[in-house]
Design a protein around this ligand. Structure first.
Ligand SMILES: [Mg+2]
Length: 390
């Protein structure tokens, strides 16, 4: 039996949550503003009718839409709604994979046997329940694979359910005419490269020889071509929402009292974790640091950043401050760990002056140079310290 996977994606999530939380905002054009960047982080559908988009400077949005109500971002509130949504999802499927604060996959393969309902009925009911109880809408895609249902969920927003029947011809008829940027692993840069080579549709990618595609996309080429050929064996993996995180730890060869050294190790752990965050096209908002003393006592603390990020330089200060706060005994350390969580997607572009874009490009370039020429080709201060120490 083939699998049935549902992808759900909340509509205009931040703005919808604000409207749900304050009935005076319902039915009115609302924009949620990024904290200090003056950028629209999310716009209600009423505001979108005026042409308000994400990301757009608030000043421009106000010009387009004079009655616009701008409210500040409240990440804790969105994270709470996220937990409600995924709690309800967990009631209809034991296999729920959260991808970010407002989207995720549900494996509905077993619903017919377990709930005596078709996947379509289960999806409809979930959508209705979310709307009734939380006063926000989600859109859904239902299909045989992750790729198909994820794309389908974005096609009929808001409050839509798009079903791709599990028939190979119909799946290809859906997939192949779509633009290449829908393929995971392609990204904006890859899409531009492919387009400049005249490859604009997914169907064209399916027919490319692997060496060509590798020239353009590097190591991701094979998986991308498989996806373009509608080969997608990725299962939905039940991860509890709180395990959606990026963690790295290091146990020292010898217990240490050298704070500069530990800070340097912490910096390197942040680098590794953020590399993965960027590769996944995500952003994180919470930084957790854990230390273990030589007598095995452990301390742990966490901080929320003022907004989600995918750039390591925005994480270092929080991680270092946590380390200083936690390490309050005059005892040597054995281990340090960093964990980045509260994962977001699509929050990378909220950047009025392109500051973060430049930081991200710098980080990406550094990672590429290291991958090519070795870790010592380019070092941050903490790498250099570690080299001196090692
Ligand atoms: Mg969404």
């Amino acid at each position: 039996m083939s699998s049935t996977i549902l992808h759900l994606d909340a509509d205009a999530f931040f703005a919808s949550v604000e409207q749900a939380a304050d009935r005076r905002l319902r039915g009115r054009p609302v924009a949620v503003g990024g904290l200090h960047r003056g950028i629209v982080a999310s716009a209600s559908y009423e505001a979108r009718r005026y042409g308000v988009r994400t990301p757009m400077p608030i000043a421009q949005a106000r010009r387009l839409c004079p009655p616009l109500i701008v409210v500040p971002v409240r990440f804790e509130l969105y994270e709470q709604f996220s937990e409600f949504i995924f709690g309800m999802a967990g009631e209809v499927s034991p296999v729920v994979e959260k991808q970010g604060v407002d989207e995720g996959y549900l494996d509905l393969t077993g619903t017919r046997a377990c709930l005596r309902r078709s996947p379509e009925e289960v999806a409809e009911k979930l959508r209705r329940d979310v709307k009734d109880r939380l006063k926000i809408t989600i859109s859904q895609g239902l299909a045989r694979t992750k790729l198909l249902c994820q794309i389908a969920s974005k096609l009929h927003k808001p409050d839509g359910l798009t079903i791709i029947p599990p028939d190979p011809d119909r799946e290809l008829a859906f997939l192949h005419p779509l633009p290449v940027h829908w393929l995971p692993g392609v990204g904006p840069v890859g899409a531009r490269l492919l387009e400049s080579a005249g490859i604009v549709r997914i169907g064209q990618v399916a027919g490319l020889p692997l060496p060509w595609l590798t020239e353009l996309l590097g190591g991701a080429a094979r998986e991308v071509r498989d996806l373009a050929r509608n080969i997608d064996p990725r299962p939905v993996t039940a991860a509890r929402p709180e395990t959606l995180s990026y963690g790295h730890q290091e146990t020292f060869e010898e217990d240490t009292a050298d704070i500069a050294f530990v800070e340097a190790v912490l910096g390197r752990l942040v680098d590794r974790a953020m590399l993965r965050v960027r590769e996944d096209g995500r952003q994180i908002r919470t930084v957790t640091v854990r230390i273990r003393y030589s007598d095995m006592e452990e301390r742990q603390g966490q901080t929320g950043l003022c907004e989600p990020t995918d750039v390591e330089t925005e994480v270092y200060p929080a991680a270092r401050a946590l380390l200083k706060r936690l390490w309050d005994r005059r005892v040597r350390l054995r281990m340090v760990q960093v964990c980045l969580s509260k994962v977001y997607r699509g929050f990378g572009q909220l950047d009025l002056f392109g500051v973060r874009q430049r930081r991200r490009e710098l980080a990406t370039t550094c990672a590429a140079i290291r991958a090519r020429f070795g870790p010592r080709a380019l070092m941050r201060m903490h790498d250099w310290r570690l080299m001196q120490a090692g």
